[in-house]
Design a protein around this ligand. Structure first.
Ligand code: ADP
Ligand code: ASP
Ligand code: MG
Length: 430
């Protein structure tokens, strides 16, 4: 995304409030959203509201498309998927008016919110703020459709699942908002998905870096690109519940976090596949060619390892099962070009990750992950460690149990006062 040109501010604080699908699931909930927006405006703020499609609607629309065609064209998918937000945006604007407020709705192409042409996963290039600025100056609440934009040829694009978060943070960055509030169906960011593990604890705050890691490893409470933009433009993000007054979680720079935690939380990506290609000739040019082919596939792969075995080499990586379907032709080409002797694909896996600072520098963390899971008979493979995370693969049907075990092993204490290795030593190798 290009740097935003910021417009002169009215002097009133500016709030961007994003409401997810469950928050706009029906007419009554949309009225509640309208009241929250109006309360904030009446308290003296300029207010921009971003809405997702009504709960379940995007899935319904994509389902219709797939009934029509087994592999629908991505451009047409975006045309249909974007309609979900058109409905909720209009209804939210009407709800504000029915409560006696003033509002104006905007779809992506009306602003416009410019993106590249990567249909179904577009990236924002620029947000035109003129129309929002004028609406705010007229005393209106601007209601903007999340998830959608328009490319340089005026094709409708969408920003990937969960993309309304990204719309909201990008608008907050462009408008120089004081805060971007992400209203959702949980009270904030937890140490683990609270729907999977009831002992998950709400964090008061989390640094952008750890949030980025959690989001990219499967914690869908924020779309990963929204965190990238928040970090780049230092937008304070407040994740909170639409259904309670409780303070949520602040996603902010490390200096502004109020708790010092070593370990932030756990995340999980389900429906993962692992591909292993072995018997590849070991030669520097071959390795480069291999990586280029992977890049051309334009799929995000993880836990990538390229290992030398005598004169040959092997390559293993994980990717989402649905990406595997899309990438199959490129993969077949890759295998043929590399003259590989064996290809092994396993599906139905889950990638479980523990996120926190200094993970690589404490070797006992990896040991403790494996030992805790082993005690319950859960095997973990393809461990990858870096400064901010440790990830490994487990069988998909073990994912929830693995999260609960690891949560108990690493995250139950209110703060991580002790070094993780010290905590490990206390627990001991049993
Ligand atoms: P919305 O429709 O409001 O965008 P999402 O379903 O996209 O909501 O994201 C909220 C969901 O994210 C929660 O219901 C929760 O199940 C899930 N989630 C996963 N990991 C976490 C986490 N670490 N903290 C909070 N929620 C999480
Ligand atoms: N409606 C879109 C989706 O379901 C975008 C969003 O909810 O953020 O993915
Ligand atoms: Mg979401």
């Amino acid at each position: 995304m290009r740097a935003f040109e910021q417009f002169p501010r009215s002097g009133r604080p500016l709030m961007v409030k994003k409401f997810g699908g469950t928050s706009v699931a029906d007419v009554e909930r949309i009225r509640k959203v309208a009241r929250l927006a109006l309360e904030s405006q009446r308290a003296g703020n300029d207010v921009v509201v971003v809405v997702s499609a009504m709960s379940g609607e995007t899935n319904r629309l994509l389902g219709l498309a797939h009934q029509m065609l087994s592999r629908p064209d991505a451009r047409e998918l975006d045309v249909i998927a974007a309609t979900g937000e058109q409905v909720s945006t209009a209804l939210t604007s009407m709800a504000i008016q029915s409560e006696g407020g003033q509002s104006c709705s905007f779809l992506g192409h009306q602003l416009p919110l410019r993106t590249d042409s990567a249909f179904t996963r577009a990236r924002i290039h620029q947000v035109e703020q003129e129309r929002i600025r004028k609406a705010l100056a007229r005393g209106q609440i601007a209601v903007v459709a999340g998830f959608q934009g328009v490319d340089s040829d005026d094709n409708i694009t969408t920003l990937g699942r969960g993309g309304s978060d990204t719309t909201a943070v990008a608008l907050a960055a462009a408008l120089g908002a004081d805060v971007c509030e992400i209203y959702t169906d949980v009270e904030g960011v937890y140490t683990v998905d609270p729907r999977v593990c009831a002992s998950g604890r709400k964090l008061k705050s989390i640094p952008y870096e750890e949030m980025l890691e959690l989001a990219s490893l499967g914690a869908k409470v924020l779309q990963v690109r929204s965190v990238e933009i928040a970090m780049k433009y230092e937008v304070p993000v407040h994740v909170r519940s639409t259904f309670s007054e409780e303070e949520g979680t602040w996603v902010v720079s490390r200096e502004k976090t109020f708790e010092s935690r070593v370990l932030a939380g756990l995340a999980c990506e389900r429906n993962q596949a692992r591909v292993e290609i072995s018997g590849i000739e070991h030669h520097p040019g071959r390795v480069a060619e291999l990586m280029e082919l992977l890049a051309q596939m334009n799929t995000s792969v993880d836990l990538l390892r390229h290992c030398r075995e005598d004169v040959h080499a092997s390559l293993a990586f994980t990717l989402a099962e649905e990406e595997l379907l899309r990438a199959r032709p490129s993969l077949e080409q890759l295998v043929e070009r590399m003259g590989a002797s064996r290809v092994h694909v396993s599906a139905g896996l889950a990638k479980v990750s523990l996120v926190g600072i200094g993970i690589r520098s404490d070797p006992w963390i990896a040991a403790r992950v494996c030992r805790s899971l082993a005690r319950h008979g859960i095997g973990v493979s393809d461990l990858a460690v870096n400064e901010l995370r440790i990830s490994g693969l487990v069988e998909g049907n073990h994912a929830d149990e693995a999260l609960r075990i690891l949560h108990e092993a690493f995250l139950l204490a209110p703060t991580d006062a002790a070094e993780p290795s010290a905590a490990y030593a206390e627990g001991g190798l049993q």
